[in-house]
Ligand binder design. Structure first.
Ligand SMILES: C[S@@+](CC[C@H](N)C(=O)[O-])C[C@H]1O[C@@H](n2cnc3c(N)ncnc32)[C@H](O)[C@@H]1O
Length: 357
């Protein structure tokens, strides 16, 4: 027996930690289901409820709800009270229900899951070296990315982040031309287009799923100052066009980030500003090990960010943690920018860089 020479307690501990990841996977599915059915929103502020009461409010089947509620209490996501009553307390509501007003909202990150065909393609990518682009990851992934990254952007970009940049708010208020490169579902650019009606916004992303989501916002919010293009940052104009450019959580996903950086330099007016948001990380893996969610970030990298950044031959492959402040500063200076200022807005996952020619 290979187990004869190993410490029994250590074996139990290690085994528990592996099963705990399995528990995380299956609780993730339960969160996804709760989110899709609107159960967290229903439970928020409802106080302690029974499965029968929740069935009455939601129109869903009591037996299914009881099993889900017990599981959520077992996961310590709901408080359990006598007489089989379950409660989503205000902290839980901030994390699982309040997508519009809470910076801590996280349930959107569970949307969609990973289809088996994508897993097959990722396995194959380890053999070929060529990953999946966001286009190949499909509409679900675009939706999940938007819901995972959107709440912070929507709530903090205009009131907190833009006022910290030198002269940007004033320009956007008067009327400028701005671009969101790697716009994804267009949360940032549509938020800006609503806040600054005198400015013209262009949104770029090579993923048709992302641009469809962005175009839906143009229609829903009736925005006549926002146009979205299925195009990468490599296709930006090669003459000074923009007063303001943003790239949010996307440089590290690009196969040719250096080329896009040079293109942003060409497309930006001499007095323009480029705002980069990218993952909070350090160049040293050991230093990053202090991040208790580091394994999740590496999982995001293999399944999405690095995969996208290697989705064509000779891709740069930076990946989720690859565009750290040292790399960012070196690359933007090599791309012809002279001013680089790091901002920390206490966004738990991201740092921000104000870059100027
Ligand atoms: C993690 S998502 C971020 C989306 C959005 N900026 C946000 O904050 O929600 C990364 C996006 O970068 C896009 N992308 C990948 N390569 C790109 C390129 N060369 N130029 C522009 N966007 C690119 C992907 O299609 C994807 O939508």
């Amino acid at each position: 027996m290979p187990e004869a020479n190993i410490d029994a307690d250590e074996l139990k501990r290690y085994s528990f930690s592996v099963w705990n990841y399995k528990q995380g996977e299956i609780v993730s599915l339960m969160i996804q289901i709760g989110d899709r059915l609107g159960l967290y929103k229903t439970l928020a502020g409802a106080g302690p409820v029974t499965a029968a009461e929740l069935a009455g409010i939601s129109g869903l089947k009591e037996r299914w709800l009881l099993e889900w509620l017990r599981g959520q209490a077992a996961a310590r996501l709901l408080d359990y009270h006598d007489e089989e009553r379950f409660e989503l307390n205000p902290v839980g509501a901030a994390v699982l229900a309040d997508e519009e007003n809470s910076l801590a909202f996280a349930a959107g990150a569970f949307a969609g899951g990973t289809p088996p065909e994508t897993v097959d393609k990722l396995v194959e990518a380890f053999r070929t070296g060529i990953g999946l682009s966001y286009e190949e990851l499909g509409p679900n992934a675009a939706h999940r990315t938007e819901r995972m990254l959107g709440p912070w952007t929507k709530q903090s970009l205009v009131p907190q982040i833009l006022p910290a940049l030198d002269g940007v708010v004033e320009k956007l208020e008067v009327g400028a031309v701005a671009a969101d490169v790697g716009c994804g579902g267009g949360i940032a650019v549509s938020t800006l287009a609503q806040a600054f009606p005198n400015t013209t916004f262009h949104a770029y992303d090579p993923s048709t799923h992302a641009i469809e989501r962005c175009q839906a916002k143009v229609a829903n919010y009736d925005l006549d100052n926002l146009e979205a293009f299925v195009a990468g940052g490599e296709q930006l104009p090669d003459v000074p066009t923009y007063d303001f450019v943003i790239t949010f959580d996307c440089i590290h996903d690009m196969t040719r980030p250096a080329e896009v950086i040079s293109r942003i330099r060409q497309a930006l007016k001499p007095d323009g500003t480029w705002l980069i948001k990218d993952i909070r990380s350090q160049p040293d893996f050991k230093a990053n090990m202090r991040n208790p969610l580091l394994a999740m970030f590496y999982g995001f990298s293999v399944s999405a960010c690095m995969s996208s950044a290697l989705s064509e031959p000779n891709g740069a492959g930076l990946g989720t943690l690859g565009f750290n402040p040292d790399v960012a500063e070196r690359m933007v200076r090599e791309g012809g920018f002279t001013r680089f200022h790091e901002h920390d807005f206490e966004d738990p996952s991201n740092l921000y860089y104000e870059v100027r020619p």
